[in-house]
Design a protein around this ligand. Structure first.
Ligand SMILES: [Fe+2]
Length: 274
């Protein structure tokens, strides 16, 4: 049940920063939290919360992750590349995905980053919501999206919440050797405010954070000889999901993202129903 990433290798007496994880040379979870805390203290969180609200639950920060963490994420991309699942949905989406299940095995640093209490606390301050981790069987909890072939893209959509509460998406730039843009429209679900289009080409280390039901967005098609990889984290305000919603969500994940093996085999192992 526990992810491999939660297996601490720290010695009980060691409390100083940067205690190496002996399995991979990666920093331990507590270390990650300390580093992120220091980084987050540099940000003007109250102002950013205000900006998030004014933009209809959307925030973009070009310089967010500590540089060494961006480099670790690039290493993680290489580690998970054999597990990329490619999908093509005509008119909607083409690209590759690596689910949290593969990330747990191949790049546990990402799982530690996802669970960082400092990061979650900061996202709560930005959103004004109490956030929870996505359930263990949600392949989107943390996932890498690969744009590697010309034309890879995802069309206009919302990150719809199939949960009973809200679903927040955090995007982190990892590799961007591309002309792809994240196009978005703010306020589309708020009749009192005019729609406001925007577009960013978020570089490695940048952050995009939004309420999935409020931000209409797309990634424009990859050009020739280009490559782009981004990391997504999903947090929820209520991890419960009604059975029909779960079925729809699983079908969507199987077809559009991770494949039936990744989505349903897990569930068969967990609850005996394939
Ligand atoms: Fe999305």
């Amino acid at each position: 049940m526990n992810q491999a990433a939660n297996t601490s290798t720290e010695s009980p007496g060691e409390t100083t920063a940067r205690i190496p994880d002996t399995r991979s040379g990666a920093p331990a979870a507590r270390d990650i939290d300390a580093t992120l805390s220091a980084r987050l203290r540099e940000l003007t969180t109250a102002q950013l919360h205000q900006s998030f609200d004014q933009q209809g639950s959307f925030l973009y920060l070009e310089d967010f992750l500590p540089r060494e963490y961006t480099e670790r994420l690039i290493d993680a991309v290489h580690a998970v590349t054999p597990a990329v699942n490619r999908n093509y949905l005509p008119g909607h989406k083409a690209g590759g995905s690596v689910s949290r299940h593969a990330i747990d095995k191949l790049a546990p640093f990402i799982a530690d980053l996802y669970r960082s209490p400092a990061l979650i606390g900061w996202l709560e301050a930005i959103s004004g919501d109490k956030l929870q981790l996505s359930p263990a069987d949600d392949p989107h909890a943390y996932a890498l999206y690969f744009y590697t072939r010309p034309g890879d893209h995802i069309g206009w959509h919302y990150d719809t919440s199939y949960y009973e509460g809200r679903r927040y998406t955090l995007l982190l730039g990892v590799i961007d050797d591309s002309s792809c843009r994240l196009d978005y429209e703010l306020h589309t679900r708020n009749d009192a405010v005019p729609d406001e289009p925007g577009s960013v080409q978020y570089p490695p280390g940048a952050l995009v954070f939004f309420d999935g039901d409020k931000l209409r967005h797309r990634i424009t098609p990859l050009g020739a000889n280009e490559m782009r990889v981004s990391l997504t984290f999903e947090y929820v305000t209520n991890p419960n999901m009604r059975p029909w919603q779960r079925f729809i969500s699983n079908m969507k994940d199987s077809i559009a993202y991770f494949g039936f093996g990744q989505v349903f085999r897990r569930k068969a192992g967990k609850n005996g129903s394939a």
